[in-house]
Design a protein around this ligand. Structure first.
Ligand SMILES: CC(C)(COP(=O)(O)OP(=O)(O)OC[C@H]1O[C@@H](n2cnc3c(N)ncnc32)[C@H](O)[C@@H]1OP(=O)(O)O)[C@@H](O)C(=O)NCCC(=O)NCCS
Length: 173
């Protein structure tokens, strides 16, 4: 068997064992664990619970082998949606799960007639920026000094990069 065939077979097997659920308040422990180990600036439990409870939001958990290994929180408003948070358990990163979550969201947005997804990412979060670029997001603007970079010294700031994904009929499944 050729190497790329083996890789594709592995990926297909992985995606077959993958499912998406609505994120629930009862998932908070799993979500907090992933949030704290995957982010340098983790959301608090209160922030996560408020987003999970907000009925406007689209919130998904990604289940692999019966375990929550990632989640996504997005807020659709009319024809646009803000991706507020996405994270994959660090042991499962670079295996296509983040991409699968975004694709799942895009399908849901498409059905609602939403035509763009927007997000904001710290300038220093190079891996996330590369991830979004690989998925077709484009940088559209910069929010100067938007984030506090160092929690010990609130005067140290960094820029936020605003990125946009156009959701066209070509994304329809
Ligand atoms: C950003 C994040 C969600 C990506 O999830 P993931 O499952 O690791 O990403 P995928 O495996 O689906 O990556 C898809 C493609 O994106 C690009 N990519 C992803 N991570 C990358 C990295 N660290 N460096 C370079 N490219 C990367 C690659 O092109 C990758 O395809 P490839 O692996 O075939 O080369 C994950 O790294 C994460 O949880 N980071 C911590 C939380 C965070 O920063 N969230 C974003 C806040 S704005």
């Amino acid at each position: 068997m050729k190497l790329d065939t083996i890789t594709k077979t592995k990926l297909t097997t992985k995606l077959i064992s993958t499912s998406f659920n609505q994120l629930l308040e009862t998932d908070i422990e799993s979500v907090l664990l992933i949030e704290r180990q995957s982010s340098n600036n983790p959301w608090t439990q209160t922030q996560l619970l408020e987003s999970i409870k907000n009925p406007v939001n689209l919130n998904y958990s990604l289940i692999y082998k019966s375990e929550i290994i990632g989640y996504l929180i997005a807020m659709p408003v009319i024809e646009s949606a803000d991706i507020l948070n996405i994270a994959i358990n660090s042991s499962y990163q670079r295996k296509g799960f983040g991409k699968a979550l975004i694709e799942h969201l895009v399908q849901a947005l498409n059905k609602r007639g939403v035509n763009e997804a927007l997000l904001e990412v710290r300038q220093s979060n190079f891996s996330a920026i590369k991830f979004y670029l690989a998925l077709g997001f484009k940088e559209i603007s910069v929010r100067k000094n938007y984030y506090t970079k160092n929690s010990n010294d609130p005067s140290v700031k960094e820029d936020g990069i605003i990125m946009r994904l156009e959701i066209s009929t070509t994304n329809k499944t």
